[in-house]
Design a binder for this molecule. Structure first.
Ligand SMILES: NC(=O)c1ccc[n+]([C@@H]2O[C@H](COP(=O)([O-])OP(=O)(O)OC[C@H]3O[C@@H](n4cnc5c(N)ncnc54)[C@H](OP(=O)(O)O)[C@@H]3O)[C@@H](O)[C@H]2O)c1
Length: 331
């Protein structure tokens, strides 16, 4: 395989490129910054912004497979910024695939594309896109996913993977936020119920990308679909949070606030950060308050059936690796 990985220097993209290199594939990464660790493992780097169509098209030249992993993630920012990176950027990736005769496009989507704030228990890919989104991230990821699925053609086979709450060594989003708040003593449980949530260890999410690409390359009949990806081990959310804190050597979160109060606090923070243009992300938003107080776990049978996805690293094993990373800085 000659693969382009957009965002190959990021958390998930970094593991995808490592796995591709380990099996001998030629790999390119496309991102704005320079990621020196990629040079060490023989990954060619193309620097540019997803919004620059020519730059993305040059990066895909000569590739047979594209993993479109790069995106603007996070809970805060203008709709315009989310739209440029996630929607315009994905449009440019599709154009680049068509211009270069790329055969397979694997797009990293997100389960948040179907999240409307209500509980989801074992939901599968028949869940509809909501009419209203609670965050720019989820709305723009949903628009991007729909563009990718609509781009399926006899020449270009596509799949969108929806990994749920990726964690593991190297995480630069979920784990550091939890640990920083835990250390500062500012973390609160939202509500007291044991709301089940599933998550995915980063290597499992990355492996799913390779499996989907291999399957699509061999059999284009499954092209044009989205798949939930998780560890298939839903746990009470606050148990999972406490396990991450324990891996970092931080005491568990014990204090709680009600979901109503959390929602009001999220609303207040959004207002303050919006009106006063405060720097950084607000500590809470309505979207996060909903996410932290709801049940949301998904059925991964379609990924098992269509490309043999199997979460190889259990949560227990992942926690051992995470602990090692906190202690030694290596996984
Ligand atoms: N982490 C999760 O829990 C989670 C869950 C579900 C889905 N996802 C999806 O998984 C994907 C990867 O997420 P991640 O957690 O690995 O994020 P990440 O570490 O922030 O990686 C994203 C990478 O994309 C690149 N990038 C961002 N904007 C770009 C732009 N405008 N042009 C070119 N490159 C750009 C960044 O590199 P530069 O800064 O160098 O440009 C970055 O290395 C995303 O599509 C995200 O939506 C993540």
């Amino acid at each position: 395989m000659k693969a382009l990985v957009t965002g190959g220097g990021g958390f998930l993209g970094g593991v995808i490129v490592r796995m591709l290199r380990e099996r001998g594939d030629q790999v390119r990464s496309f991102s704005r910054g320079e990621h020196p660790a990629l040079e060490d493992i023989g990954v060619e780097q193309f620097r540019g912004d997803l919004t620059d169509r020519d730059a993305v098209t040059s990066a895909a030249d000569g590739c047979d497979t594209v993993f479109h992993v790069a995106a603007k993630a996070g809970i805060w920012g203008s709709y315009r910024d989310f739209h440029s990176a996630n929607v315009t950027g994905t449009g440019n990736v599709i154009t680049a695939c068509r211009a270069n005769g790329v055969a397979t496009l694997i797009h990293t989507s997100s389960p948040s594309v179907v999240f409307d704030g209500r509980d989801v228990e074992g939901g599968d890919e028949s869940l509809p896109y909501p009419s209203i989104y609670k965050a720019h991230y989820s709305k723009t990821k949903a628009l991007a996913e729909q563009m990718v699925l609509a781009a399926a053609s006899p020449e270009l086979a596509v799949a969108a993977l929806r990994p749920h709450l990726i964690w593991g060594p190297g995480d630069n989003h979920l784990v550091p936020r939890i640990v920083a708040k835990g250390r500062a003593g500012s973390l609160r449980r939202i509500g007291t119920r044991a709301n089940l949530v599933d998550t995915v260890y980063v290597d499992n999410a990355a492996r799913a990308h390779l499996q989907a690409a291999d399957r699509l390359t061999a059999d284009r009949a499954i092209s044009g679909k989205a798949y939930f990806i998780s560890n298939g081990q839903p746990l009470p959310l606050w148990e999972m949070v406490n396990r991450i804190l324990a891996a970092a050597g931080v005491p568990p979160v014990t204090r709680s606030i009600s979901p109503k109060l959390a929602l009001a606090a999220g609303c207040l923070c959004e207002g303050l950060w919006g009106v006063l243009r405060l720097a950084g992300e607000p500590p809470l938003t309505r979207f996060v308050a909903h996410e932290l107080s709801s049940v949301h776990w998904f059925n991964i049978e379609a990924a098992r059936r269509d490309f043999g996805y199997q979460p190889e690293i259990s949560i227990d094993e992942g926690m051992i690796r995470l602990r090692k990373w906190f202690i030694t800085g290596t996984s």
